[in-house]
Ligand binder design. Structure first.
Ligand code: FAD
Length: 546
């Protein structure tokens, strides 16, 4: 039989206070507190002897204290001593406020006291100070213990240090904030979906798009578009562990002038098993998620579509021009046929001497009429030159562009290009397209000249320099050259000096001269250059047509 506890002893206080408490736990006492204290007391049918019950409280891992009804400490256990740094001798008889670091707001204490004086259990967090002066966060439960008559007899306090938990929670919050800040700053739509396609996390760009789609969930819109337009179910792909990248889809957006285009990428994301079994790496297979990224590419798409349309339009216009030129030429050839026939008939008549002068005159008039008609048809078919607006042009840049365009032809002809642009070249007012076609024509001539020369070593030199505010361009090749006596004739219309005349009309250099003149300059064949042909042209800062 165990000895009866001394009414004044710690054992008496503990057994008495906890016994009363467990007999009728006050409202609001957390279940785990009741459970922990019940375990120490043994079960109701077979209670532990008081000594063992006391020992269990002594050794309990939580800091336990028992006070009188005014918070004066009657008992503290080992864990309380270890946590607070106070020995029991130092705190018995003191108020629990000895633990206060005076940083807990007054209203918390008021609520604490209102609750426990109302005979209910209070649970909350206070900032405590140890004997050594260190602060810690105490998660505290205070339960009132009533005497037989119902008055307050003891308060039972249990607390533990939750500083680390608080720090970890703070770190977690900060991490979350950092991630959210980065995600929200990203201009792309970011959504994390679970296996059922529910949104777990999204960023500002996604929320904004949802507003623009009149509340439609962007992830759903992207998934539907990927299924319909690409034939891929993004969720099925990612749940099977397959990522996809840069798939372009369009979605209809209310209020937008056309569809909006997005480049979508999806990545499977496995979440770790947070349960305890994962500690040694034996986690269960975590839940698989899908991280969906969508980057709006509408502007780029529209630009591509616009360029494509422009290209198509230009090709159609070109085709139309060629077609109508062909038709007009055919008509003119047919119309010229008539005066030719009459000329032949008139010539035959004149030779035989059988036609009167009057008849011959009539025939000549007929020839004149049908010839004029054919000429009119041809004149009407002459295409109008494009009117290009004048801008400031950089001759080096235009020459470089033409060289790039001509690269394949130059390589095919085995020509070595010596490109010597002047680094200090003034910009000139000019017409870019006309100047490009001028340079292209001169380079095309150089290619034909070296091809016709049959030389094994083929060179083309292009040089620019600034002369009194104007720009001088030299195009020099080591081809067959232009005979000295032809150096002016080559600028006459319809003059053709090439051996291979195919596709040549003798209008290239006259047109080149016209372009140079329109730019207030002049063009000439250098008479002193003997090793091929060197063309000099000057473009003035004041164009002739401005
Ligand atoms: P105090 O002047 O003591 O109290 C501040 C306010 O609390 C008062 O303005 C008043 O509104 C209220 N109050 C204080 N005493 C009473 C009372 N007897 N009746 C009605 N209202 C009252 N405090 C801690 O800081 N850390 C602890 O770990 C801690 N553990 C406790 C454990 C138990 C079992 C009990 C009963 C109390 C505990 N307290 C604890 C509360 C402590 O007793 C003090 O009330 C508190 O520390 C504030 O002390 P103070 O000197 O700053 O101000």
């Amino acid at each position: 039989m165990s000895a009866r506890p001394n009414p004044e002893s710690a054992e008496h206080v503990v057994v008495n206070a906890l016994g009363e408490f467990l007999a009728s736990p006050p409202a609001g006492t957390p279940g785990d507190v009741i459970e922990a204290l019940t375990l120490m007391a043994g079960n109701a049918a077979d209670p532990l002897p008081p000594r063992l019950f006391f020992e269990a409280v002594e050794q309990a891992p939580s800091a336990i204290s028992i006070t009188d009804a005014r918070a004066r400490i009657l008992y503290v256990n080992r864990a309380f001593e270890l946590l607070t740094g106070y020995t029991r001798d130092e705190v018995i008889g003191e108020n629990e406020s000895i633990l206060s670091n005076k940083a807990t707001p007054e209203n918390i204490y008021q609520h604490l006291w209102r609750t426990i004086q109302g005979k209910q259990t209070w649970t909350g967090t206070l900032v405590n100070r140890t004997r050594q002066g260190g602060d810690y966060l105490a998660e505290l439960t205070i339960a009132p213990v009533l005497e037989q008559g119902g008055g307050l007899k003891y308060f039972l306090g249990m607390h533990r240090d939750v500083t680390k938990v608080h720090e970890l929670e703070g770190e977690l919050r900060r991490q979350k904030m950092r991630i959210e800040t980065v995600l929200d700053a990203a201009p792309v739509v970011v959504v994390l979906l679970d296996a059922e396609g529910r949104v777990l996390l999204d960023n500002q760009a996604c929320k904004k798009l949802s507003g623009e789609l009149a509340g439609r969930e962007p992830a759903q819109a992207f998934s539907a578009a990927l299924r319909e337009q690409v034939g891929l179910d993004p969720l099925v792909e990612c749940l099977s562990g397959r990522a996809f990248k840069d798939l372009e889809i369009s979605i209809a957006a209310p209020g937008s002038s056309g569809p909006r285009w997005f480049s979508c990428s999806g990545t499977p994301a496995d979440e770790l098993d947070p349960s305890a079994r994962g500690f040694f790496g034996r986690q269960k297979k975590g839940e698989r998620r899908m991280l969906l990224l969508a980057n709006e590419v509408t502007a780029r798409r529209r630009e591509i579509e616009r360029a494509h349309l422009e290209n198509l339009r230009a090709r159609l216009a070109e085709q139309q021009l060629t077609h109508s030129l062909h038709e007009t030429m055919a008509a003119s050839i047919y119309q010229i046929q008539a005066p030719m026939n009459v000329i032949q008939a008139a010539a035959a008549l004149a030779r035989s001497g059988s036609a009167s002068l009057e008849t011959l005159a009539e025939m000549l008039e007929d020839i004149s009429r049908s010839g004029t008609k054919a000429l009119d048809t041809l004149k009407a078919a002459l295409p109008e030159g494009p009117r290009e607006p004048g801008v400031m042009v950089n001759v080096n840049e235009l020459l470089r562009q033409v060289l790039e365009l001509e690269t394949d032809r130059l390589l095919a002809a085995g020509i070595v290009v010596d490109w010597r642009p002047s680094h200090l070249l003034p910009e000139l007012p000019g017409h870019k397209d006309s100047l490009r076609s001028l340079f292209k024509h001169l380079i095309d001539n150089a290619i034909q000249a070296v091809n016709e020369s049959g030389r094994p070593q083929r060179d083309l030199l292009l040089a620019t320099r600034s002369v009194d505010g104007a720009v001088e361009v030299a195009v020099q090749d080591n081809g067959r050259g232009i005979p000295f006596e032809d150096r002016y004739r080559v600028f006459e219309p319809f003059y053709i000096g090439w051996r291979n005349r195919r596709g040549r009309a003798g209008m290239g250099l006259p047109m080149a001269q016209e372009i140079v003149n329109a730019h207030g300059g002049y063009i000439e064949v250098d008479p002193d250059y003997q090793d091929g042909c060197r063309i000099h042209l000057t473009l003035s800062a004041v164009p002739a047509d401005q």
